[in-house]
Design a binder for this molecule. Structure first.
Ligand code: NAD
Length: 491
């Protein structure tokens, strides 16, 4: 990767320098090394991108879907060919392990593949003779210029929850990636340039709040997709309503797992540990609380402690490393403070990630942390930690466990580990979360299913990915037609 500290450029009908000189450093969280300098963007940069997208829209929407997807087939091939290079960049700027970066790229490619089905997915429906001689047709049409704002934790995947579907449906698209991890996107856009899309069909504006506000306030931006923390998701959703835009806003999470006594000890321990500590807990589908039910309290706490204690922490580029650093020093300090808060509130500290362990001293490393008997009154039981901390809570029955989950205000994911079909069915029927895992630790929907999420984890109606994405990126137009024979000229 080049070590060029010229500010990164935006992509708006072609590469262009930012209109502002304000820049932020992009830092490798594993060693504190400066990787790049990202412009913080301004409304003028948004205007340039929107202008490019507006100019490209009329011709792009008239391009037959079959032709539009040919670009996506090329993109899939390029992403596959450059997977290792992109994974390396992703690990350098985000800190996750190379295996985790490769896996998220696999998910990005899967979304490109699904969007290649647009000629079928975008079809409407019709009915002849809704009244005698009258036919009715529903067709889908693109919205125009649409935008997505994405977070730091999946720089290679989350932009592709939106980009392929948006353009396959005939929209033109603007991406505002996280200013903390702009480099994976930057390289992906260099590859996108190689597929030969007409200028302005896809655009990239770097920056932070000023760019987000610029997109929200621009009258020509029709729809906003957002993924990030709940307070910002709420802000974006509310502002989109005021400015009359369609919006889908995915927020934060506090994911619970319920472990029943009949769960397989080894498999459950391995899967729950990976879910809690993979990506250093910086996954919106990371398990944060394990509710251990009845007799499961005998063996699982010790098994989870052993598994968490054996995780190798270090630079994600090094072979054998299983967990990388947190994204920033501030994140590390915030998570360390929350651990202290949990202990103050009465939780038992089974494993303290703030001290010792295998983490290198440079970088934003915290080791896995395990808290037991977290009191429900502790702020930790409802705060998104977004770090490598797993809290154990004890319950006597399945019903009590489900109640504990339902008390939490988020609804991104919940999992159950059991060998009982009846317990699993009750769980999936009653738990108020959008993604449910049954003996699965990270219930991440495949690209042809919606990435669901309820309550404080999602604001909107239709989600990202799959058929929901087509719903979000198209207007429905209904045509009612009458063509009486007697009105036709004879021929
Ligand atoms: P964040 O909310 O800080 O930032 C997300 C995006 O919003 C970034 O592009 C950022 O530049 C922008 N932004 C930040 N503050 C803003 C403000 N005040 N006004 C306008 N825009 C602002 O989130 P993050 O730290 O990058 O990502 C982690 C969060 O994302 C966690 O809460 C995690 O649970 C959530 N997340 C959710 C999902 C999901 O599918 N629900 C997926 C991934 C991450």
């Amino acid at each position: 990767m080049s070590r060029n500290f010229q500010p990164l450029r935006h992509y708006a009908g072609g590469w262009r320098a930012s209109n502002v000189e304000d820049c932020a450093d992009v830092i490798n969280p594993a060693n504190g090394e400066k990787l790049a300098c990202v412009p913080l963007g301004a409304k003028k940069d948004v205007d340039a991108a929107v202008q490019a997208a507006i100019s490209a829209f009329p011709k792009w929407r008239r391009t037959p879907p079959e032709e539009r997807i040919q670009y996506l087939f090329k993109l899939k091939q390029l992403l596959e060919r450059h997977l290792e290079e992109l994974a390396q960049i992703c690990t350098e700027e985000n800190g996750k392990t190379l295996a985790e970066s490769r896996a998220e790229l696999g998910r990005a490619i899967e979304n490109v593949e699904v969007a290649c089905g647009i000629p079928t997915l975008m079809q409407g429906y019709n009915l002849e003779d809704v009244a005698a001689g009258i036919d009715e047709v529903m067709i889908r049409q693109p919205l125009g210029v649409v935008a997505a704002i994405t977070p730091f934790n999946f720089p290679a995947m989350i932009p592709f929850w939106f980009l392929p579907y948006a353009i396959a449906c005939g929209n033109t698209f603007i991406l505002k990636p996280s200013e903390r991890v702009p480099l994976t996107t930057q390289r992906a856009f260099e590859l996108i340039e190689e597929i030969g899309l007409p200028p302005g069909v896809v655009n990239l504006v770097h920056g932070g709040k000023a760019v987000v506000d610029g997109l929200l306030e621009h009258p020509q931006v029709q729809a906003i997709s957002f993924v990030g923390s709940t307070p910002v998701a709420k802000y974006v959703y509310a502002k989109a309503a005021v400015t009359g835009k369609r919006a889908q806003c995915q927020g934060g999470a506090k994911n619970h797992v319920l472990i029943l006594p009949d769960a397989d000890l080894d498999a459950t321990t391995r899967i729950v540990t990976d879910s809690a500590f993979g990506c250093a807990g910086q996954r919106c589908l990371a398990i944060s609380v394990a509710v251990v039910v009845g007799q499961a309290q005998k063996e699982f706490p010790k098994a989870l402690l052993d598994a968490a204690g054996s995780i190798r922490v270090g630079n994600g580029l090094d072979p054998g490393v299983q967990m990388g650093p947190l994204i920033t020093r501030d994140s590390k300090a915030r998570v360390a403070k929350l651990i202290g808060q949990g202990v103050k509130d009465g939780a038992d500290l089974l494993l303290d990630g703030r001290n010792g362990g295998s983490a290198p001293s440079a970088g934003n490393f915290l080791n896995p942390t395990l808290l037991d008997n977290l009191p429900p009154s502790s702020a930790l039981s409802h705060t998104e930690i977004f770090g490598p901390v797993l809290s154990l809570v004890r319950a006597e029955t399945l019903e009590e466990g489900i109640e504990i989950i339902a008390r939490n205000s988020y609804g991104n994911m919940a999992s159950i580990f059991t060998s009982s079909g009846a317990a699993a069915r009750k769980f999936r029927y009653e738990v108020p979360a959008g993604n449910i895992g049954v003996n699965i630790g990270v219930a991440a929907p495949m690209a042809y299913f919606p990435f669901s999420g309820w309550r404080d984890s999602f604001f909107g109606t239709v989600h990202g990915q799959g058929r929901d994405a087509i719903e979000f990126y198209t207007h429905k137009k209904v045509v009612v037609e009458r063509w009486p024979q007697e009105w036709s000229r004879r021929f």
